[in-house]
Design a protein around this ligand. Structure first.
Ligand SMILES: Cc1cc2nc3c(=O)[nH]c(=O)nc-3n(C[C@H](O)[C@H](O)[C@H](O)COP(=O)(O)OP(=O)(O)OC[C@H]3O[C@@H](n4cnc5c(N)ncnc54)[C@H](O)[C@@H]3O)c2cc1C
Length: 399
C-alpha cells in the first residue's frame, strides 16, 4: 500500500458530489474526486446524456482524467473525457486552491499529467446528447486453442483496419480474454449510414469460416447499455489482492501488416492468458474526434490504433515464482514490442507500468510530443518544485 514510510495518502473517496447544471447551450456535470464511473454513468443515464467513459465501473473518474484515460467505445465520437473538461478545482503542493479554466497555463497539463502536478478536487465536464449513439453490436466467440484465437484476431484486425479505421462513424474493439473468449464490439454513432447487420456480417462469417461458435450475440441501442456492458464481466475479476500489470502499444496511423502480424503472432499468442486467466488483450480504434479536439498531454491523443495488455490475476492463488513467471512473460512481450517498427509502446498514463524494473516510459511518448513533455516538465518545476507528488504513473520521468 505505501511506497514510502514518509508518504501521505490523501483519501478522496468521500468527495461524492455529482451536480448537473446548464450554462447557455451547454449541459455540464461537475464531478467530485471520489466519484467512480458506476456512479457517474448511473447519474448521467437519467439525463439522456452521454460521456466517453472508461470500461471499469470502480475506476475513479478523476484518476482516469488526470492520467489521460480513453474510452474504447466512445472516444472516436466524443474525444477523451479530459477533452470535454471545461473547468477543474485543484489543490497545489503549497496548499493553494485553484479553479482552472482553459485560459490557465496549468489547465491542459492537468488533463493527462495531473497526478504529478496537484490534487484535483472536482472537474466540470461537457456532456453530449445520448443520440450520439445509434446502436452497438457485440459478438462473443469461444476458442479452445491459442492458435484459434490468433486466427480469429488475424481476420478481425484486417476488418478493423479496412472497414472501421477509415470510417469515423464506427468504432471496433476486439478483446481476447484468458477466459477463452473473443469479444468483438462494434459501436455505430449517429452519422453511421447503411446497415449495421451488413457491417457486422464479415465478423460472423469469419467465426464460421474458422469453425468457432458465437456463444452470445448482443444488440444495444442506448449509450447506457453500451457503457455498462462489461460491468458484470469485470465484477468477476476479484483478487486478494488483484495482481495487475498494464501496458499499451499502438500506431499513429492505420497499422501495417507487420504490426498486425506482431499483435497476433506475439501479443495474442504469447500473453500470459493461461497463467493469469483474468488477463485481456484489448485492441481498440482511437483517433476520430480525439484528433480534432484540444491536444492533451497523453499519447492517446495521437494514436488511431490502440492495444492494451492487461495482465490480471488473483495474487493470493499464486506462489511467488508463479507471479514472477507472469511478470516475465508480460515483460517479454512488451520488450519485443519495443523493437517493432512504427509501434509506440507505453504511451498512456492509464496503460503503462511505472514500476517495471529496467524499463521506463519516455516523456515525449507518454505525453504525446516533445513540446508537450517540455511544458509538463516546466509546470512541474513551477507548481511542485520539491516533487511532493511523486507516486503516480509518471514517477520515473521526474525522479
Ligand atoms: C477494470 C478496469 C478498467 C479500466 N478501463 C479503462 C479504460 O477503459 N480506459 C482507460 O484509459 N483506463 C482504464 N483503466 C485504467 C484506469 O483508468 C487507471 O488505472 C486510472 O488511473 C485509475 O484511476 P483511480 O483513481 O481509480 O486509481 P488510483 O490508483 O486511485 O489513481 C491512479 C493515479 O491517479 C492519481 N489520482 C487519482 N485521483 C486523483 C486526484 N483527484 N488528483 C490527482 N491525482 C489523482 C493517483 O494519485 C494515482 O497516481 C481501467 C482500470 C481497471 C481496473
Amino acid at each position: 500500500m505505501f511506497a514510502s514510510s514518509e508518504a501521505i495518502v490523501l483519501d478522496l473517496a468521500h468527495l461524492k458530489s455529482i451536480d448537473f447544471h446548464q450554462e447557455g447551450e451547454s449541459s455540464l456535470v461537475t464531478v467530485g474526486a471520489g466519484v467512480v464511473f458506476r456512479e457517474l454513468v448511473e447519474a448521467v443515464k437519467g439525463r439522456q446524456a452521454a460521456l466517453p467513459v472508461g470500461t471499469g465501473p470502480d475506476v475513479g473518474v478523476v484518476g482516469y482524467i488526470v492520467n489521460g484515460g480513453l474510452s474504447g467505445y466512445f472516444s472516436r465520437r466524443l474525444g477523451l473525457l479530459g477533452q470535454r473538461v471545461v473547468r477543474l478545482t485543484m489543490v497545489t503542493a503549497e496548499g493553494d486552491i485553484r479553479v482552472l479554466t482553459p485560459e490557465d497555463d496549468l489547465f491542459i497539463a492537468m488533463l493527462g499529467a495531473g497526478s504529478a502536478l496537484g490534487t484535483v478536487v472536482d472537474v466540470t465536464i461537457l456532456m453530449a446528447p445520448e443520440s450520439i449513439l445509434q446502436s452497438a453490436e457485440e459478438r462473443v466467440v469461444a476458442f479452445e486453442t491459442r492458435e484459434q484465437a490468433v486466427a480469429f484476431a488475424r481476420g478481425a484486425l484486417r476488418i478493423q483496419r479496412e472497414s472501421v479505421l477509415s470510417n469515423g462513424s464506427v468504432s471496433m474493439e476486439l478483446v481476447v480474454s484468458g477466459k477463452k473468449a473473443l469479444v468483438v464490439t462494434l459501436v455505430f454513432y449517429d452519422a453511421f449510414q447503411g446497415s449495421t447487420a451488413e457491417f457486422t456480417k464479415p465478423l460472423d462469417d469469419l467465426a464460421a469460416s474458422l469453425n468457432l461458435s458465437i456463444t452470445l450475440k448482443s444488440h444495444w441501442s442506448t449509450w447506457y447499455e453500451t457503457a455498462t456492458a462489461l460491468w458484470p464481466v469485470i465484477a468477476e475479476e476479484k483478487g486478494s489482492p488483484l495482481g495487475m500489470l498494464q501496458h499499451c502499444m499502438g500506431t499513429k496511423g492505420p497499422p501495417t501488416d507487420a504490426v498486425l502480424d506482431f499483435i497476433c503472432d506475439t501479443v495474442v499468442a504469447e500473453a500470459p492468458l493461461d497463467q493469469a486467466q483474468f488477463s485481456i488483450v484489448e485492441i481498440r480504434t482511437l483517433g476520430g474526434a480525439v484528433l480534432s479536439q484540444s491536444e492533451l498531454p497523453t499519447g492517446n491523443c495521437h494514436h488511431q490504433f490502440f492495444v492494451d495488455l492487461i495482465t490480471l490475476y488473483d495474487a493470493k492463488a499464486k506462489t511467488v515464482s508463479e507471479r514472477q513467471e507472469i511478470a516475465t512473460l508480460t515483460q517479454r512481450v512488451m520488450e519485443k514490442a519495443r523493437h517493432v517498427d512504427g509501434l509506440s509502446v507505453d504511451f498512456s498514463g492509464t496503460h503503462s507500468q511505472p514500476d517495471d524494473v529496467d524499463a521506463s516510459v519516455s516523456a515525449s511518448v507518454i505525453f504525446g510530443t516533445q513540446a508537450m513533455a517540455d511544458t509538463v516538465r516546466r509546470l512541474k518545476t513551477m507548481v511542485d518544485p520539491a516533487n511532493r507528488f511523486r507516486f503516480h504513473p509518471f514517477a520515473k520521468l521526474f525522479g
